[in-house]
Design a protein around this ligand. Structure first.
Ligand SMILES: Cc1cc2nc3c(=O)[nH]c(=O)nc-3n(C[C@H](O)[C@H](O)[C@H](O)COP(=O)(O)OP(=O)(O)OC[C@H]3O[C@@H](n4cnc5c(N)ncnc54)[C@H](O)[C@@H]3O)c2cc1C
Length: 809
């Protein structure tokens, strides 16, 4: 065994072997993998081996497409068969809502370059005669679906990695990890120590234990999962004989069953609601290549439905039942990347529930991240930084059980899931609920979404169409625009940067010039490749103190970036304030009157201008006040310590009474930002877009000091980039865009929607998205919403207050 290596990958399942292979492919040869037992001995060996491209996140779907395309390459390099069966797959819908979901997935596949097709049940039955079509109303065919041999595939990765120069040590367990003072890690195994520059936690079922070796508790939990293998079936034999190929896979949402051909019978697995975690605290090291006792009672309900939907199943015997563990994260997507707060070069590649759909993409993205400092893709949906401290072990347990049981459920855009909630609440939670607020989860914090007036039940009717909140959100918007409204913004990310080096540091991180004392700027943040990795509001409180606000979901992601770039001389101190500062935003033409009534500070336009920042008393509370709001109207953000927020709210409501102040929720806020063409982080602003493509030109100062990404930004400015963010008015009918719909132009898909909805004040359905920059002058576009083409036209100026007179007045 080597005593030093550039990388030690811990874990020889499909994921670890993929990471190892991709590292060699990226040019790193001095890489080793250690496996406590033999390759595949975690959850990999007993997997059903199915693969598919379908994923709720288009960026993950793309990486799944990459994984599936990779197997031919692996077979070629290694000479090892992956046992591929590219049979295609049918997804069956039995309700109109599920059919709508399929139509949306089909539309999205168009711009992802994936091959799907909508089918009638007659057509679906032709492809797979085992189904009883009377229970379904439509289907989607995904040509890329198939299955493989899990062991063969893992060995194909391993052999290809070895050919690339990697070494693999089986029967070697990592027992301890120690960060070295001079950088890198001591990887202590039961066979000796390897000094490594980098370590990768690809420990699958033991990922939590390998996390604990560096003092972290990863949000990962193993679930017991079962599939049955049937005896040979005459129907399958006859089908193969007649058609000369295998049956396509099936996913049946209703019975929560997936099914595929295995020899002359079937494999049938379930994602039952009645699911069971395995080893909720600690995975025993001695757990070997073992299976659990079958538990068919647990899935009896699913089987009963399955026998109805696929009658031939009722006549066949069960040859064996596989019941084994595999890991889930709270949202079902992997955990990859470096971990904020852990010494550098500790990487995650774990929590992968679909190793044969995702393993290749995980390996590719992680290896690029390690070798080039950037994953090269938008991997936000898999980045471990998407979780905060609130994702504890017991939270993970609740949420994973919900996610497992909903694996074949659709999620509506206005559907809030209950598990693990409420987690964090502000002092206004009860006050809001009493006033009819429908609450939602925003990165572990409860936020008001909309308010049901007296007599209206505060519940969302889940739908892909406009729903019961529509007219109430409209009233919130209208009343705010007419007079004044108040909303809670406690969930925003907040940071403080202090020290004599703070300004220089922020100036190096951000594209915009730092503000003068008492002023605010908006600024994007770029990576080295000049792509958007952040979007912030920064206020200069004094010479050596800056406050910054950003997207709540990205705060660990951003802290990780700041820590990586922080000067080592102690000249800057960065603090993530989190819920240590909470806020209320008042907006609308009468918001100044409300604020003035609560302070002796002169807040007239002459004395407290747009983009000013000040610290003064509001309702006797020391507050940080910013003259900005995301509504794009006259308005203020008032930030106080949490123990004062209730008093602040009461005072605002009392002062606002004579102006008929209203509460507004997150949905009204998002509607108001749409009519101002304001982008949002994660939808319009992501690392796949350049700042000029995103239309952030006025926040980029190419003449200031050398900021990260400057060179690339200059090049983008010169070339103009490829895409443009646009806002469009859509003839939407009763169904606004949700995001990820294709944008058509002259019969071709040319772009995609990032977000949208109904802009209530201007009374129009709006969409934001990206199209090729050459098309920006064109008039006629169409957006495919749930299978229907809707006319769309670019609006080059915000529809509300295009000159910003309200905001600045
Ligand atoms: C019944 C069942 C059916 C499934 N069907 C499918 C399917 O059809 N399609 C699909 O894509 N996925 C399926 N899966 C899921 C799939 O098995 C997993 O996604 C995949 O195996 C995860 O691989 P991994 O490499 O992350 O983890 P693992 O396979 O668990 O590998 C981790 C490895 O790390 C080693 N290790 C851990 N700690 C240490 C240490 N300290 N030192 C050295 N080595 C260590 C372990 O021994 C193990 O070999 C199924 C799972 C089950 C249980």
């Amino acid at each position: 065994m080597k005593t030093s290596a550039r990388v030690v990958v811990i874990g020889g399942g499909v994921v670890g072997c993929s990471v190892l292979y991709h590292l060699t492919k990226a040019g790193w040869k001095d890489v080793v993998l250690v496996e406590r037992d033999i390759l595949t001995s975690g959850s990999t060996w007993h997997a059903a081996g199915g693969f598919h491209t379908l994923n709720g996140d288009p960026n993950v779907a793309k990486l799944q497409g990459y994984t599936i395309g990779l197997y031919d390459e692996l077979e070629k390099i290694s000479g090892q068969s992956c046992g591929l069966h590219r049979s295609g797959g049918l997804i069956l819908a039995e309700t109109p809502a599920r059919l709508e979901w399929l139509k949306m997935a089909h539309a999205r596949a168009r711009y992802l370059g994936l091959e799907t097709q909508m089918l009638s049940m007659k057509e679906a039955k032709k492809l797979n005669p085992l189904l009883e079509e009377k229970y379904f109303i439509g289907a989607m065919l995904d040509a890329a679906d198939g299955n493989l041999d899990p062991e063969g595939t893992t060995h194909a990765y391993a052999k290809s990695a070895r050919i690339g120069g990697a070494e693999i040590y089986q029967g070697t367990r990592v027992t301890e990890l120690k960060a070295r003072k001079e950088g890198g890690w001591d990887v202590i195994t039961d066979k000796g120590t390897i000094i490594a520059e980098h370590v990768v936690n690809a420990a699958g079922l033991w990922a939590r234990e390998v996390g604990r070796m560096v003092g972290i508790e990863l949000p990962v939990l193993a679930m017991s999962h079962q599939y049955l293998v049937t005896d040979d079936m005459p129907e399958v034999i006859a089908f193969n004989k007649e058609r000369g190929h295998e049956l396509p896979h099936i996913i049946d949402f209703k019975s929560e069953i997936y099914m595929r051909q295995e020899r002359s019978g079937l494999v049938l697995g379930t994602y039952e609601k009645n699911c069971v975690p395995w080893q909720p605290k600690t995975t025993p090291w001695e757990f070997g290549r073992e299976l659990f006792q079958p538990d068919l009672d647990r899935i009896a309900h699913n089987l009963e439905l399955g026998y109805k939907h696929f009658p031939a199943l009722g006549k066949v015997g069960i040859k064996k039942v596989i019941n084994g563990p595999f890991t889930f994260t709270p949202d079902g997507n992997p955990l990859i990347g470096p971990v904020q707060g852990v010494a550098p070069n500790y990487w995650l590649a774990c929590g992968v529930l679909a190793g044969f759909s995702q393993g290749g993409g995980v390996g590719l993205a992680l290896s690029q991240w390690m070798v080039n400092g950037d994953p090269g893709f938008d991997v936000w949906a898999m980045d471990n930084a998407r979780y905060g401290e609130w994702a504890t072990r017991s939270y993970t347990n609740e949420k994973v059980r919900e996610t497992y049981g909903r694996r074949f459920s659709i999620r509506f855009p206005n559907e809030e899931l209950p598990a693990g909630r409420p987690m964090q609440t502000t002092s206004l939670y009860d006050v809001y609920v009493k006033q009819g607020a429908v609450m939602g989860d925003s990165w572990g914090v409860e936020v008001p979404l909309w308010f049901a007036p007296k007599g209206v039940k505060p519940v969302d009717k889940v739908s892909f169409h406009r729903s019961n909140d529509f007219k109430h959100v409209k009233n919130e918007v209208k009343n705010t625009r007419k007079s004044v409204g108040v909303t809670e913004i406690a969930n925003f990310a907040k940071y403080a940067f202090s020290g004599h080096g703070a300004e220089a540091f922020l100036s190096r991180m951000m594209t915009n010039k730092m503000p003068k004392t008492g002023r605010i700027i908006l600024t994007p943040m770029l990576n080295e490749a000049g792509m958007l990795i952040g979007d912030f509001t920064i206020a200069k409180a004094k010479d050596d103190l800056f406050y910054m606000w950003g997207s709540s979901q990205a705060q660990i992601y951003h802290m990780r970036w700041f820590e990586q770039h922080m000067p080592k001389d102690g000249s800057v101190h960065t603090q993530r304030i989190d819920m240590g500062l909470v806020g209320l935003s008042i907006a609308g033409p009468k918001s100044r009157n409300v604020l003035q009534a609560l302070t002796d500070e002169d807040v007239s336009n002459a004395n407290f201008k747009f983009m000013d920042h000040r610290c003064f008393d509001v309702a006797n509370i020391s507050a940080l006040v910013n003259r900005v709001t995301y509504t794009g109207d006259l308005g203020y953000e008032i930030w106080v310590q949490p123990e004062y927020q209730r008093r602040l709210y009461d005072a605002i409501m009392a002062a606002g009474k004579k102006h008929k102040i209203v509460n507004f929720g997150m949905r009204a806020l998002l509607s108001m930002r749409l009519e101002k063409n304001f982008p949002t982080w994660y939808r319009e602003l992501r690392p796949i877009y350049g700042p000029f493509e995103a239309g952030m030109d006025r926040f980029i100062d190419l003449t200031k000091n050398d900021f990260i990404g400057l060179k690339a930004a200059r090049a983008e400015k010169e070339s103009g980039g490829k895409l443009r963010r646009v806002s469009m008015v859509v003839q939407a009918g009763d169904c606004d865009v949700l995001g990820d719909e294709p944008i058509w132009h002259k019969g071709k898909v040319v772009g995609w929607v990032t977000s949208g909805g109904f802009a209530h004040h201007v009374n129009k359905s709006l969409a934001q998205g990206y199209i090729p920059k050459e098309l920006v002058g064109d008039e006629e576009f169409e957006i495919e919403i749930i299978g229907k083409m809707k006319k769309a036209r670019i609006n080059h100026e915000p529809l509300f207050d295009p000159k910003g007179e309200r905001m600045r007045g």
